[in-house]
Design a protein around this ligand. Structure first.
Ligand SMILES: Cc1cc2nc3c(=O)[nH]c(=O)nc-3n(C[C@H](O)[C@H](O)[C@H](O)COP(=O)(O)O)c2cc1C
Length: 232
């Protein structure tokens, strides 16, 4: 008995909202071609991301080369090392029109809300702008449900140019997160002089500051894990 070779080829093709996979199986002179179309692929991806996200990091700087965003990405890398699935949302990725015209029902806004609602913990970062959080971060939070952070541990983080606005985290960001029913942890305030934009992997320059940040972060991790285990 001779074994003829079976040839299979897979050709995935991704379009905006669907994926078509063409499978061709060839044996002898005969070939079978199958086409599988996965419709609504973006929704599938978003749903999968929502189910999988344990920690959401919300980055509130509109700046293209943002210090706070760099620190938040570093925090994300530490959380991944702790075994968490992390989703990083930058305000820059939210459609401007939705923010400017207050489009509560925009799919991107609904997706952010659902990611945050599904998270076990949330890190919210913002630069200090005129002694408070950034306006664009507020524009986004205004569009989310009133209790979007209900019972969720939240680690607030702010970066500022001056130590004189250290209390912006206490008087502006924390009350805002508490209004959304978040469980605020102590949080971290970093000065521009403590962040080196050239060091992408770890932008925190001084060891003392890095230790302070890690202490807060591991307390956040402990709180999230405690709540996760209490639910299981
Ligand atoms: C419009 C604007 C307003 C700012 N206002 C303040 C302020 O009131 N107090 C302060 O300490 N720093 C202030 N800064 C400095 C930023 O908070 C600081 O550079 C921060 O790290 C920027 O973060 P980012 O790079 O993530 O946007 C301001 C910067 C800008 C662009």
């Amino acid at each position: 008995m001779t074994h003829e070779k079976v040839m299979k080829t897979f050709e995935p093709e991704q379009k905006d909202d669907s994926v078509t996979i063409t499978i061709t199986i060839t044996k002898g002179g005969i070939y079978l071609k199958m086409k599988i179309v996965l419709e609504d692929f973006q929704s599938y991806k978003q749903e999968r991301m929502r189910v999988m996200s344990e920690i959401v990091i919300l980055s509130g700087s509109p700046s293209e080369s943002s210090r706070s965003d760099l620190v938040l990405k570093y925090i994300g890398s530490l959380l991944k090392k702790e075994g968490f699935i992390v989703t990083h949302i930058s305000i820059r990725d939210v459609p401007h029109e939705a923010l400017f015209y207050g489009k509560f029902n925009d799919p991107a806004i609904e997706n952010v809300a659902s990611l945050i609602q599904g998270a076990k913990g949330v890190v919210v970062g913002s630069p200090v702008y005129k002694a408070a959080y950034s306006g664009v971060l507020k524009a986004l939070l205004d569009l989310l449900p009133q209790d979007v952070l209900q019972g969720t541990p939240v680690l607030p983080l702010m970066t500022g140019g001056s130590p004189s606005h250290l209390l912006a985290i206490e008087y502006t960001l924390k009350p805002l997160l508490a209004t959304l029913k978040g469980q605020n942890l102590k949080g971290v305030y970093l000065l521009d002089s403590q962040i080196d934009k050239r060091q992408i992997d770890n932008p925190i320059v001084q060891n003392e500051i890095l230790d302070r940040l890690k202490k807060q972060l591991y307390y956040f991790v402990e709180t999230v894990n405690r709540q996760k285990n209490a639910v299981l």
